[in-house]
Write a protein that binds this ligand. Sequence first.
Ligand code: ZN
Length: 342
Amino acid sequence: MWRKHWRIWRLTLVILILLTNIYLSGCQSDKLSAVVIPASGTIESSGKPEIASEDEVRMPQSLDEPKVISPEQTTEPSPQTKPETFPDPKNEANLSGPVPEKSPPNTPIHPYYGLDGTPPSAPGLAMRKRVFNKEPERMAYLTFDDGPYPETTPRILKILQDEGVKATFFVLGRQVERYPDLLKAEYEQGQGIGNHSYSHDYSSVYRSPEAFSSEIKRAEDVIFKTIGVRPRILRAPGGTQGHFHVNYYNMLDAANYLVYDWNVSSGDAAAPLVPADQLIQNIETQVPGKSRVVILMHDAGVKTTTVDALPRIVNYLKQKGYSFGVITEKVAPVLFPGGFNS
Ligand SMILES: [Zn+2]
């Protein structure tokens, strides 16, 4: 009986142990699964940092490579930036076109010297006040550009001497180097000597105000070497209009130069050889009504009809009561107004 109970108890004990093991194994499996889930969670979370770290790596790359991002960004916001770029051209137009600077309300443009020495005025222009000689009621300044040349200069000097009048020669440094004796002859005869640049080559002369300045300085040195004087008067090759802007005027004024355009043109540059009668007619139509005339002619070798016309031009001016003068820095310049705005 006792043994029978013992077997039952042992069987029960084994069953209990088995059940306990089963329970415990089930709990462990639950615990394992519970561990796995968090473990997988940490893997995911740790994976997220890894991915995030990749993203972080990518982010700095994308930040370091704005060129990669910016095209995408610019393609997307382009509709937004386009409206912004439309006002830009307007702004650029306002900036590039210094229209308001050209005609500010209280800055009148005076493209000339007053006979009292008042300098030209325009926005950005800073030229000194001068003192000019008083002139007769009618004053003529004959001017000859581009020389000297052996074909024309001696003939012109002879006519001026015969007529008892004076003129002004705006010479090229290049030509003075070739014919220094002709410049000496002009100077010794009492004619006016002015600077007309060294080369007359527009691509060189008008590359910049600095290039212009070096051209003028080079010619000035040649003239000084030849006759011992440094002219303070200058004629821009082709005139100032379309070539000069305010920086040229300011630069020349700072160098104590005076620039002379003209208000009467003989027209001898219109063709290689303009008939003398045409030159005279050109002058006779432009002189009337002007109290002081600065007449453009050329001393350029081939311009022989200019020399042919010269005696009649001088006599016409004499008949009209004009005196003849030499241009110096004491003579008020004639300037083209267009130069200030070009
Ligand atoms: Zn010239």
